[in-house]
Design a protein. Structure first.
Length: 158
């Protein structure tokens, strides 16, 4: 293989890796966003403390993130006992990264945790935090997939 052919092949591999990592990060963002929105909305509506609201949103983000991975695995005829370790292996680091970044940003935005559900500050800070968290989790997913870990372990079942 010539140097030019090698460079072209390597570039194609990077594009595929980036595409797969992007897709995995969108998947992670979807579960995290469902959990975050639901958790923050419930905590805000119930007047819970910031700590309780953040804890609920993180728990729900993990729940929905794992659930979105488990559904296709179970549909592919894996038992829950077989599918759970795959979901944990593929999603934990990505969700954790996204949740840490997202939560820290929402907590850092002045007034965001005190804003009501009808306030632009509530929704704007959450949207901005999820956007930044996506780009924090993307290199994590890319690194994992490049090493045959993360979402690479569940792609055979999709």
């Amino acid at each position: 293989m010539t140097t030019a052919e090698h460079d072209e092949h390597a570039g194609h591999g990077d594009r595929n890796l980036n595409h797969t990592a992007f897709s995995a990060t969108v998947h992670c963002l979807t579960g995290c966003a469902i959990g975050e929105i639901l958790g923050l909305a419930l905590g805000t509506a119930f007047g819970w403390s910031n700590g309780a609201t953040i804890a609920l949103s993180i728990a729900l983000a993990f729940f929905f993130g794992y659930s979105l991975t488990l559904l296709p695995l179970v549909r592919a005829d894996l038992s829950l006992r077989q599918a759970l370790p795959l979901a944990f292996a593929s999603d934990t680091l990505s969700i954790a990264t996204m949740e840490i970044v997202d939560s820290l940003i929402v907590l850092a935005v002045p007034g965001a945790m005190d804003a009501g559900l009808g306030d632009l500050l509530f929704w704007g800070s959450l949207a901005g935090a999820l956007f930044v968290a996506f780009w924090a989790a993307f290199p994590v997913n890319r690194w994992l997939i490049a090493r045959g870990k993360g979402h690479a372990v569940v792609h055979a079942y999709h």
